[in-house]
Design a protein around this ligand. Structure first.
Ligand code: 5GP
Ligand code: ZN
Length: 109
């Protein structure tokens, strides 16, 4: 499968990794939309949250969020997951966008 995030998960493509364990990984987005823009992925391939996610993988990405927040001493953040083309998803490997480093006055939700 030609999936860029699977390649990052396997270390075949470089990324600025913030945190990693056996099931999940966090790395900086290549085209940041905030001063700190980190992507959190399960190492196993899922297209997005429409899929049935193994409990361990679901927990692993949430634990990954916590580890990143703790290690970077983040005080507030926004977490987004685009599911489907209509929502703006471009990479079809499940990921959470963790955005921080600025205020978010324009609320979308
Ligand atoms: P989506 O639009 O699918 O929700 O988000 C995909 C994100 O992946 C985008 O924010 C884009 O900048 C990021 N991205 C795409 N290719 C790469 C890459 O090769 N490396 C990194 N670090 N981020 C990428
Ligand atoms: Zn993948």
């Amino acid at each position: 499968m030609n999936c860029i995030f699977c390649k990052i998960a396997k270390g075949e493509i470089n990324a600025r990794v913030v945190y990693e364990n056996d099931k999940a990984m966090a790395f900086y987005d290549i085209n940041p939309q905030a001063p700190i823009h980190i992507l959190i992925i399960p190492k196993k391939h899922y297209e997005n949250l429409f899929e049935e996610i193994d409990k361990e993988d679901a927990m692993a990405i949430l634990d990954c969020v916590k580890s990143v927040v703790k290690s970077l001493n983040i005080q507030h953040y926004r977490l987004v997951s685009n599911a489907g083309k209509g929502a703006g998803q471009e990479v079809f490997h499940l990921h959470l966008h963790l955005l921080t480093g600025r205020e978010f006055p324009a609320k979308t939700v």
